[in-house]
Design a protein around this ligand. Structure first.
Ligand SMILES: [Zn+2]
Length: 161
């Protein structure tokens, strides 16, 4: 059976799959692999420990939520110094401890909201300059011209794309 999930559920299911065992000799359940190993040794059972894994037939597939968390953390790591740190301070993360918690995305939903705000504002920043440029050239703004515009701008504009 395949189960797709992410975040906390993925972590909990991973631990559950790794540690839940049922002894095939005495039908006793164990929630820690170490306990089960101790039981096998103590009772002198001759069994393959992996065949006694209660959830051995479950294939855990990381879902989009799990991938989102990893992507968010990667973006925070990449963009913390250039811009996210200043944005976090503007949004109220002021003490060093609060900033550290923010930087490590301890609250995934708040981290996603910060990224939403960042991307929305970066896009607005680029579009404002592009529309102004189009007005001066008396041309209609469109996507193809936006990319052409960004390519002839300083590197920080290219970063916004
Ligand atoms: Zn047993």
């Amino acid at each position: 059976m395949a189960i797709g999930c992410g975040g906390l559920l993925f972590s909990l299911y991973s631990k559950m799959i790794k540690h839940y065992f049922i002894c095939h000799h005495c039908n006793e359940s164990f929630t820690k692999k170490v306990q089960f190993q101790h039981h096998i040794h103590q009772e002198n059972h001759d069994i393959d420990i992996e065949k006694c894994n209660k959830y051995k037939n479950i294939l855990l597939i990381p879902g989009m939520g799990h991938i989102d968390i990893n992507n968010t953390k990667a973006l925070f790591k990449l963009m913390w110094q250039p811009c996210i740190k200043n944005l976090a301070i503007l949004l109220g993360w002021k003490s060093p401890k609060a900033l550290t918690l923010c930087e490590h995305c301890t609250d995934h939903h708040k981290a996603m909201q910060i990224l939403d705000i960042l991307f929305e504002s970066l896009t607005s920043e680029l579009l404002k300059a592009f529309v102004k440029y189009c007005n001066e050239k008396k041309q209609q703004p469109d996507v193809i011209n936006l990319y052409a515009f960004a390519k002839i701008q300083p590197k920080h504009y290219q970063f916004l794309l």
